[in-house]
Design a protein around this ligand. Structure first.
Ligand SMILES: Cc1cc2nc3c(=O)[nH]c(=O)nc-3n(C[C@H](O)[C@H](O)[C@H](O)COP(=O)(O)OP(=O)(O)OC[C@H]3O[C@@H](n4cnc5c(N)ncnc54)[C@H](O)[C@@H]3O)c2cc1C
Length: 402
């Protein structure tokens, strides 16, 4: 069954964090927005079939600034835990780096937040705008475009809706339907590894400490959450996944402690584990005609570096900054200027994340000692350390985002 259709300025495919934040920014500038999201916001994060699941996100101080301009930071601030100190080390070798918020001149190096809490805050905020039309559950099926407009076909539970707009944004994740319809090439790299994520409690309060430790099988990380909880991330090679996932709670905590070291009085409780395949994808061409890819649809990162969403939030900041109310948001020159402004940040973050993983996964003892020297040198050089702090906490690769 087909209906008469919707007319809007911007149609966003995907109501993940990037789609929702972009919708808010556009609506604040007075644009009419329609968006489609297949997954309704679930009350139970572990049942969510999109990125508003049990994962914990580290947001940079720069992301906080953009969320403030979008008017959602205040509502989100009750759910976040400030990260005040970061401890970076490698198992089996000397050398460590300590990063402190006060040395970097910021109130926090970053903030950890449950993605489900971020989802709740963003959904509530978009509901406050009469110029955002949310179709949910609904998915983009196809679209066509000419020089003046885009016509999208959206499948809802009841019927097929036609949406006419001046711009279509693919914020529909790594497997983007917008990218597929455009036929854009995607570069992919698999790390042949999984990120195993769990909530883990320590006997002592984390007091804003975050730990990242590199081991020969991959990094492990501990992000502070509210109370005595942390998000634990353990990266393991593909071939070890089944045995790691089969461990009971006590055995998992033993394995985690063996890799991470006994932190904050030791680990005393752990949640069920969830595993994510680790890959990096990149679509070199971000726009075509009146269509634009943003967030994971354009670039997907290895989550251990905590860069993916921060990079997507900077995409939104750049896109909105140059856009005046009443302007044609899908004007080709505007999209191309935006795309070339973002390319450098995308490439730098992806390159740095990849080299960090390669260098720290190298098994040679000589490389191990060199890494140790590198960490010590970083500790001794405040300027370098500040830059590393900004990168480690998902800051911009170009310009200072404070
Ligand atoms: C374990 C883990 C930990 C992470 N930690 C961090 C971190 O600490 N810091 C950080 O910055 N990043 C982190 N990330 C990355 C972060 O989760 C992503 O960068 C972020 O979710 C990207 O948001 P997005 O909106 O672009 O895409 P997604 O979150 O993938 O959302 C895409 C949305 O599109 C919808 N969709 C799919 N197909 C269609 C269609 N045909 N039509 C309409 N909608 C569609 C999906 O349902 C989904 O809701 C982590 C990722 C993982 C896996």
């Amino acid at each position: 069954m087909q209906n008469d259709g919707l007319q809007t300025d911007v149609f966003i495919a995907g109501g993940g964090p990037v789609g929702l934040m972009l919708a808010l920014g556009l609506a604040q500038k007075g644009f009419k927005v329609a968006m489609a999201e297949p997954v309704p916001l679930s009350n139970a994060p572990e049942q969510a079939k999109n990125s508003f699941d049990g994962r914990v996100l580290a947001l940079s101080y720069g992301s906080r600034k953009i969320l403030e301009t979008l008017g959602v930071w205040e509502a989100l601030s009750v759910f976040v835990t400030p990260i005040k100190h970061v401890h970076v080390s490698q198992k089996g070798y000397l050398g460590l780096t300590l990063l402190h918020a006060d040395e970097a001149g910021v109130p926090a190096l970053g903030y950890s937040v449950q993605s489900s809490d971020l989802g709740k805050v963003l959904w509530q905020a978009v509901q406050g705008f009469a110029n955002i039309h949310m179709l949910c559950p609904a998915r983009l099926v196809d679209f066509s475009q000419d020089t003046r407009q885009v016509v999208a076909k959206v499948q809802t539970a009841e019927n097929e809706v036609t949406v006419q707009s001046r711009l279509i944004v693919g914020a529909d994740g790594t497997d983007s339907q917008v990218r597929k319809v455009l036929g854009l090439e995607m570069e992919q790299k698999s790390y042949h590894a999984y990120g195993v994520i769990a909530q883990i409690a320590t006997r002592e309060h984390p007091q804003g400490w975050s730990f990242e430790r590199f081991t020969e099988d991959g990094p492990v990380a501990l992000l502070p959450m509210q109370g005595h909880s942390h998000k634990a991330v353990l990266v393991c090679p593909e071939e070890q996944l089944d045995s790691v996932m089969a461990l009971d709670d006590a055995a998992f905590m033993d394995l985690f402690a063996a890799k991470m070291g006994e932190r904050l009085g030791g680990f005393c409780e752990v949640s069920p584990r969830v595993a994510y395949p680790l890959k990096e994808t990149y679509v070199p061409q971000m726009s075509q005609g009146r269509a634009l890819l943003m967030g994971n649809a354009s670039h997907t990162q290895h989550p251990v570096a905590a860069q993916g969403l921060n990079l997507g939030i900077r995409d939104i900041g750049e896109f909105l900054q140059g856009l005046d109310a009443g302007q044609d948001p899908g004007e080709i020159n505007y999209l191309q200027t935006y795309a070339s402004a973002r390319a450098e940040d995308h490439e730098k973050v992806m390159g740095l994340t990849d080299s960090l993983i390669q260098v720290f996964q190298h098994h040679s003892p000589i490389v191990g000692h060199l890494r140790g020297l590198g960490l010590m040198a970083l500790q001794a050089m405040p300027g370098l350390k500040r830059r590393f702090a900004r990168f480690a906490m998902g800051g911009a690769a170009r310009g200072v985002q404070r």
